[in-house]
Design a protein around this ligand. Structure first.
Ligand SMILES: Cc1cc2nc3c(=O)[nH]c(=O)nc-3n(C[C@H](O)[C@H](O)[C@H](O)COP(=O)(O)O)c2cc1C
Length: 184
């Protein structure tokens, strides 16, 4: 029998916090691009395909998404941890993260936003709906285009290969990357 200890309710999310982190890439109404890490995201529907992300009202990312109605969810490779931490420690209100952090990019295909080079893949979305909470919105996006590194994906993410190593936020400054437990 395991020894279960009570987990404070405000820490319970850390039990399930470690889905792949995404970088939400957006632009404002003047065409200025921004990008920020979002740990709280999830698939929301298979068909028609949708995803959701929880975005704080204070973020430039939030303002951009509301202004344009669209965004790209980029999936960083574990090697891009520094970019994730740095883009999450400053705001697009104050700096241009792409030029300041020298982030090389590709253009989105259907959404006008930037994809960091060498990320594992990306998912382009238009807002389908949003649920306003207290200081955040749950933003649900319709997936209109997606692309992935062909070395990292074959019907599923190939987490057993170096190319498929996603980045998972455990909380604070701690991250993890997945391993395959059992081959099918
Ligand atoms: C690892 C990590 C995970 C984060 N996850 C979220 C999240 O799930 N939702 C959120 O609103 N902000 C999250 N943030 C905070 C924003 O990314 C951060 O405040 C960022 O600087 C906002 O930039 P912006 O003002 O340019 O949008 C996270 C930050 C880090 C470093």
């Amino acid at each position: 029998m395991k020894n279960y200890v009570e987990l404070p309710t405000n820490t319970a999310y850390r039990l399930i916090n470690h889905g792949s982190i995404i970088l939400l890439s957006t632009r404002d109404e003047n065409g200025v691009y921004d990008i920020a890490p979002i740990a709280w995201c999830s698939p929301a529907r298979k068909e028609p395909p949708k995803l959701l992300a929880v975005v704080g009202h204070g973020h430039q990312t939030y303002k951009n998404i509301i202004a344009t109605g669209e965004f790209i969810a980029c999936v960083p490779h574990v090697s891009q941890i520094e970019m994730v931490q740095k883009t999450g420690s400053v705001s697009g209100r104050d700096v241009n993260k792409f030029s300041d952090l020298n982030i090389q990019t590709l253009p989105g295909k259907k959404i006008d936003a930037l994809v960091p080079q060498d990320c594992i893949g990306w998912i382009e979305c238009k807002i389908w709906d949003r649920l306003a909470l207290d200081k955040t919105d749950i933003i649900v996006g319709d997936i209109v285009h997606a692309a992935v590194d062909s070395d990292a994906f074959d019907e599923r993410l190939l987490v057993e290969k170096p190319e498929g190593k996603t980045l998972h936020h455990l909380g604070g400054h701690l991250f993890a990357t997945p391993e395959l437990v059992k081959k099918l």
